[in-house]
Write a protein that binds this ligand. Structure first.
Ligand code: F6P
Length: 317
């Protein structure tokens, strides 16, 4: 019999609930005792912990957010906070901590893993976890952003305006790239690639000459100040440029079927690893296969952007 704690720290992602459900239900099949740590690492420090059963995860597979709640916890990044977290995990005699979260949460989990066994399940709209083709919630966030951009395209066309649409993604452009391809955007700006304002202005003016009636530029939040960019662009092309920041709508909403399936596969696989006493791994999907990699490898590397998607925007936009 093993005692497992589940936590969902940091930015929430659609499908986290499906992952919690999968870990709880698969864990119960193995006769594990399951516990939820509420409000992320902050809740861990404050011992906000309750036992979970099959009914605790009923009717949550379609819900966005996380039933375990979340928080941004600065203290966990300090030695003091880390020691306190480990003490709490030991006090409750947890055999494993299952961390469902993104890049930052996995980094903190990696430090904890020196003292308590950890399994991580990547969940983030940013898709910025090294080693996995996809994180839970990424697919839903793309859909949410694309459906908003389709509406922006209508008004952009009516007014023959240029729109710069800011999407989330923290320091990475994975979300922006996917959204740009799926929304048929003309330009994409991401932190990983330096942009050339003159080149963008030239493209937009050429498009106008060719009879294009709207332009959508997807701007990843990590690429700089979107408003400054829009002002500079407007001054160069003399066509009205409007900014629309999609913001937190990208993080909410009912998870797509694909996010739910990925969450269920990840959750079940995490429990399988625990049942085999495998520890300190991150569950990943690689070429459609669920596997795991060392948490140390994941936190020491940056996920590269998909250059094919970048090329696609250039060629098709
Ligand atoms: O990591 C998920 C994310 O939504 C990022 O895309 C964004 O930069 C960040 O979280 C926002 O964080 P907060 O919820 O602390 O404002």
């Amino acid at each position: 019999m093993k005692k497992i704690a589940i936590i969902t720290p940091g930015g929430d992602a659609p499908g986290m609930n499906a992952a919690i459900r999968a870990v709880v239900r698969a864990g119960l099949k193995h006769n594990f005792e399951l516990y939820g740590i509420y409000r992320g690492y902050q809740g861990l420090l404050e011992k906000d912990i309750k036992q979970l059963n099959s009914r605790s995860v009923s009717g949550i597979i379609y819900k966005g957010g996380t039933i375990l709640k979340s928080s941004r916890c600065e203290k966990i990044k300090t030695l003091d906070g880390l020691n306190q977290a480990i003490e709490v995990l030991k006090e409750f005699k947890f055999d494993y901590l299952v961390v469902i979260g993104g890049d930052g949460s996995i980094k903190a989990a990696s430090k904890i893993s020196k003292y308590v066994s950890v399994i991580c399940i990547p969940a983030s709209i940013d898709n910025d976890v090294y080693g996995t083709d996809e994180t839970i919630g990424f697919d839903t966030a793309i859909d949410t952003a694309v459906s908003a951009i389709d509406k922006i395209r209508d008004t952009a066309t009516s007014f023959e305006r240029v729109f710069v649409v800011e999407v989330m993604g923290r320091e990475h452009g994975h979300l922006a790239l996917a959204v740009a391809v799926a929304s048929g955007a003309e330009v994409v700006i991401i932190p990983e690639v330096k942009y050339d304002l003159d080149k963008i202005a030239k493209k937009l003016l050429k498009d106008k000459q060719k009879g294009k009636t709207s332009e959508i530029i997807i701007f990843a939040e990590g690429a700089g100040n979107v408003r400054e960019f829009a002002l500079k662009l407007e001054a160069k092309i003399n066509i009205p440029v409007r900014v629309s920041s999609l913001g937190y709508i990208q993080r909410g909403g009912s998870p797509s079927a694909r996010s739910r399936i990925l969450a269920s596969l990840f959750g079940e696989y995490a429990v399988e690893l625990i049942s085999k006493n495998i520890k300190n791994k991150v569950v990943v999907i690689k070429n459609n296969k669920i596997e795991c990699i060392d948490i140390k490898t994941v936190v020491s590397k940056e996920k590269p952007i998909d250059k094919n998607l970048l090329k696609l925007v250039d060629e098709l936009g």
